[in-house]
Design a protein around this ligand. Structure first.
Ligand SMILES: NC(=O)c1ccc[n+]([C@@H]2O[C@H](COP(=O)([O-])OP(=O)(O)OC[C@H]3O[C@@H](n4cnc5c(N)ncnc54)[C@H](O)[C@@H]3O)[C@@H](O)[C@H]2O)c1
Length: 471
């Protein structure tokens, strides 16, 4: 990491020991608070949801995320939470804001919660002498920091950014399920800054908490805001590109997506990550960041055809899978959906392909059994509307084995490691053969030849790989 020490940082609080406050203790804010506190920092969280405040103060993780409870245990008394804005500002030098920025119907995001949090911080700052840095880590639309957030903070505090208060935009590139790992070892650190002192303070803070010495990119607000959306749009483009190739492989005699993307990823200009070829992307970030970039481009009259095509390909994935499932389903048969979380390691079902597939099948009156190690309750809640409309309801299977045994068509929709343990004996023998649609090619199809038709996505007829296990 390049260290840039601005002269002014020597006279204010020391970023390497500064106490930290975190506004918003949700899926990102809680792990962030626990990470910094487990490293020895004093961290005070604030949330409007007093249930989360109370949970933190009881030492219980307020959200589901691997490693979070362990880090909270390690943090002990260094981590606390409150609903008092004056307290967090007075007792810390650095405040991260990580509140929701919901998507609007046009694809953009609203910053209204970020603005209201910065107004509350600003009011509390009125009575504070000395430098305090406010860092927005929520994802915002390009232009928001200069147009809305900075004016709100300056008006409420009566201070000028760059003089007695600093303002940075530092969004995070994390994935649910690996939040802690991603926080501790980021690929890059992105800092948009109101002024060099603020950027230097934050860079020095990150240098003291990240063991992997990540590269730091510092710039003005607009470029940092665009970069955040651009990173996710580029990753989603890789995913849709691999899915486009997978669809081609399925129609190409001998086609095998893993052979193709495996070789593609060896090219250093391309790289292997996010090139698997399987189902579409989902979750609370990828789809919306991609659409937000397209929205921004449209507003600026600089069309983003790649972002639009990426989104269009992604939207094709559920209909494509639905048709495949229906083509294999005997009359009156049931579908088993394995995996409702949008990715393995999380209980989040937002824009998950497995959940959307279940929703479409239920809407057509097709019985659906579902199993997920973490996300089943959330899926049942999310599908409430389908149930209320009188269609058949989602049948929550108590175990992997129960779901496998109940299905005439089994879909491996989320690559949970547990699903690789499916055994041929779990398949119920019936007059028509069960079809196993393996979206991530987790199973060795040869082992199931006696009991099921194995259908891997991304593999063409008579493809050399169609019976091959892929780790
Ligand atoms: N979840 C992800 O994978 C992810 C990844 C990268 C970026 N982000 C961005 O991070 C931001 C937060 O996401 P999240 O998933 O943690 O959201 P979340 O909904 O899980 O948590 C947000 C928390 O903020 C609280 N809150 C709302 N308004 C508040 C206010 N004015 N003052 C104090 N607390 C308030 C809510 O009660 C909630 O606990 C969003 O902008 C999101 O786009 C999320």
């Amino acid at each position: 990491m390049i260290t840039i020490v601005d002269d002014d940082t020597r006279t204010g609080p020391d970023p390497r020991t500064a106490a930290v406050s975190i506004v918003g203790l949700g899926k990102l804010g809680s792990p962030m608070a626990a990470c910094y506190a487990s490293m020895g920092r004093r961290v005070v969280g604030l949330d409007l949801d007093l249930g989360k405040v109370e949970s933190i103060n009881r030492g219980v993780a307020p959200v589901t995320e691997p490693e979070l409870q362990r880090l909270m245990d390690e943090a002990g008394d260094r981590l606390s939470a409150t609903g008092d804005w004056a307290e967090i500002v007075a007792s810390t030098d650095l405040t991260f804001v990580i509140v929701p920025t919901p998507s609007l119907a046009d694809g953009g995001f609203t910053s209204r919660f970020v603005v209201s949090a910065c107004e509350a911080i600003g009011e509390a700052l009125r009575g504070k002498a000395g430098f305090h840095l406010v860092v927005v880590s929520s994802t915002v639309m390009p232009g928001s920091m200069d147009r809305e957030v900075r004016p709100a903070l300056e008006a409420a505090s009566g201070k000028r950014c760059g003089v007695d208060v600093g303002l940075c935009y530092s969004p995070r590139f994390i994935a649910l399920g690996t939040v802690v790992r991603d926080f501790l070892n980021p690929d890059l650190v992105l800092i948009g800054e109101s002024d060099p002192r603020s950027g230097a303070f934050l860079e020095s803070f990150y240098q003291s908490v990240h063991a992997n010495n990540p590269p730091v990119a510092r710039m003005g607000f607009a470029n940092a805001e665009l970069t955040k959306l651009a990173v996710n749009t580029f990753v989603t483009t890789k995913i849709s590109f691999a899915n486009m190739l997978a669809a081609i492989c399925e129609r190409l005699p001998g086609g095998d997506i893993d052979a193709v993307t495996g070789a593609l990823g060896l090219d250093s200009r391309i790289g292997p990550k996010s090139l698997k070829g399987g189902l579409g992307y989902g979750g609370p970030c990828f789809p919306r960041d991609n659409r937000a970039l397209a929205r921004l481009a449209l507003d600026l009259e600089a069309p983003a055809a790649i972002a639009e095509a990426t989104d269009a390909i992604n939207r094709l994935q559920v209909p494509r899978l639905l048709e495949l499932v229906k083509s294999r389903l005997p009359a009156g048969g049931a579908v088993g959906v394995l995996g409702l979380a949008y990715k393995a390691g999380t209980d989040i079902v937002e824009e998950s392909t497995g959940l959307e597939l279940a929703r479409c099948l239920l809407a057509e009156g097709i019985p659906v059994w579902a199993y997920d190690p973490l996300a089943l309750d959330n899926a049942v809640r999310a599908l409430g509307a389908v149930r209320a409309s009188g269609d058949s309801s989602l049948r929550a299977a108590p175990s992997l084995e129960a779901c496998v045994g109940a299905a005439d068509v089994l879909v491996l929709a989320t690559p949970w490691p547990e699903f690789a343990t499916i055994q041929p004996e779990m398949i119920r023998r019936r007059p028509g053969r069960t079809a196993i649609i393996d979206c991530w090619r987790m199973l060795d199809g040869r082992r199931f030849a006696g009991v099921a038709d194995y259908v891997p996505l991304g593999v063409g007829e008579s493809g050399a790989a169609d019976l091959r296990a892929v780790a």
